[in-house]
Design a protein around this ligand. Structure first.
Ligand code: NI
Length: 400
């Protein structure tokens, strides 16, 4: 028998006022990083009100809860991230952030609200579930590896049966309102931090031959990295490397002793990631050596590639089409070079991550404030579709 998901979107639409209320409550009080006590308290309260017994994380402000189905079976994981960003909100919304310098600018408030609504719909249908739903509310997505901490704290052992599928949604203004956007394979990039320190010898700016100028060498490294990438990396397995932070020197007449370069490297395959790392080390050290200086390279591993397992992606796409209709389900023709820590979960459990479009009507896709802008505004009605899709994935998965 195939679980009937046709009632989920109308049910979610009926819940939209509550979804919006929870979302706005969170939006007014964004929190950053791995410790989100106010947000965690809201999630615990809402889950308890559904009759669930949520568990708070020990080291980080996570929340997990298990919806046990009416009969035994595997467990499917549904995930929402919960953290905001260090930005001063400038949207003019009447529920704008009341915490100076902190904003839900990536829409994680909507993710929490959607997953709570899905939990409610699944609780009402729990007798039909052959297996369990593991709800994952995580802090620290914005660079703090919150998902990895949850895995280390035993996330996947919380469920009464093996977690065999995982699903997450991210809202965004890159996409038209009410669309679901996805692709199989690499969806988001791996992001590694690159730090290069060029060491020379300081001196008088009028006598560079008596010093060893790290600034000209740093400048050459910045440009040479871009050239080396285009000459040495496969064009269809891209490396994006941006040196975004350059620090050297103090005034006009001093050659400093060292120069610092920092940036990010994005890749969508292990091969390109390894090739890019080797290239950065080789180019920086080689150019510095050519000029008689040294360059130290530090590569700090960031999130891995977010990989959508093809069969699960087909499954999620089919449900999105059932709920929203084929015109609102868009196949992405390439990955996005952003990074996402749900990738850690998808390394352990096959699953999929999809984007929910929420760009306000009338905004030009080319200029609409993006996720992470202090002016980004997300349409709220698509949250009903997101909540329905979360619930549909669990309901149908546990009816296989
Ligand atoms: Ni985000």
């Amino acid at each position: 028998m195939t679980a009937d998901v046709s009632q989920l979107l109308p049910a979610a639409q009926a819940l939209l006022p509550q979804i919006v209320a929870v979302r706005r409550r969170l939006h007014e009080r964004p929190e950053l990083g791995l410790q989100l006590p106010l947000t965690q308290a809201v999630v615990l309260e809402q889950l308890r009100a559904l009759g669930l017994e949520p568990v708070a994380g020990s080291g980080v402000s996570s929340v997990t809860a298990v919806i046990e189905g009416g009969s035994p079976g595997p467990t499917v994981l549904l995930r929402a991230d919960m953290d905001g960003l260090p930005l001063q909100e400038d949207t003019g919304l009447d529920f704008a952030s009341q915490t100076p310098g902190q904003m839900h600018a990536c829409g994680h408030d909507t993710h929490v609200a959607m997953l709570l609504a899905a939990a409610r719909m699944l609780m009402e249908r729990r007798a039909a579930l052959r297996g369990n739903v593991l709800l994952m509310f995580q802090p620290g997505e914005e660079g703090f590896h919150g998902a990895r901490f949850m895995l280390e704290e035993g996330l996947l052992d919380r469920a009464p049966s093996e977690v065999t599928g995982a699903f997450g949604i991210h809202i965004g203004t890159r996409y038209a309102t009410g669309t679901i956007n996805l692709r199989a394979g690499a969806l988001l990039a791996a992001g590694d931090t690159v730090r290069i320190t060029v060491r020379g010898r300081g001196g008088h700016a009028s006598a560079p031959h008596l010093a060893a100028d790290p600034i000209t060498v740093a400048a050459e490294i910045i440009l040479a990295l871009q050239t080396a990438i285009t000459r040495q990396i496969h064009a269809f397995d891209p490396v994006v490397l941006t040196i975004a932070h350059v620090v050297a020197g103090t005034t006009t007449n001093i050659i400093p002793e060292k120069a610092h370069l920092e940036g990010t490297m994005r890749t969508v395959s292990d091969e390109a990631r390894e090739a890019g790392r080797a290239l950065v080390r080789r180019v920086a050290a080689g150019i510095a050596d050519t000029h008689g200086l040294t360059a130290e390279v530090e590569l700090e591993p960031g999130y891995p590639v977010t990989y959508n397992e093809p069969a699960f992606t087909d499954f999620a796409r089919g449900l999105a089409v059932e709920l929203a209709g084929p015109d609102l389900v868009e196949e992405m023709d390439h990955p996005i070079m952003g990074a996402e820590d749900f990738s850690y979960v998808l390394q352990r459990v096959p699953g999929a991550f999809v984007f929910l479009g929420a760009r306000p009507a009338g905004q030009d896709p080319a200029t609409a404030p993006q996720n992470h802008s202090n002016r980004v505004v997300f349409e709220e009605p698509p949250m009903a579709l997101g909540a329905a899709l979360y619930a549909a994935v669990a309901l149908r998965y546990l009816d296989a």
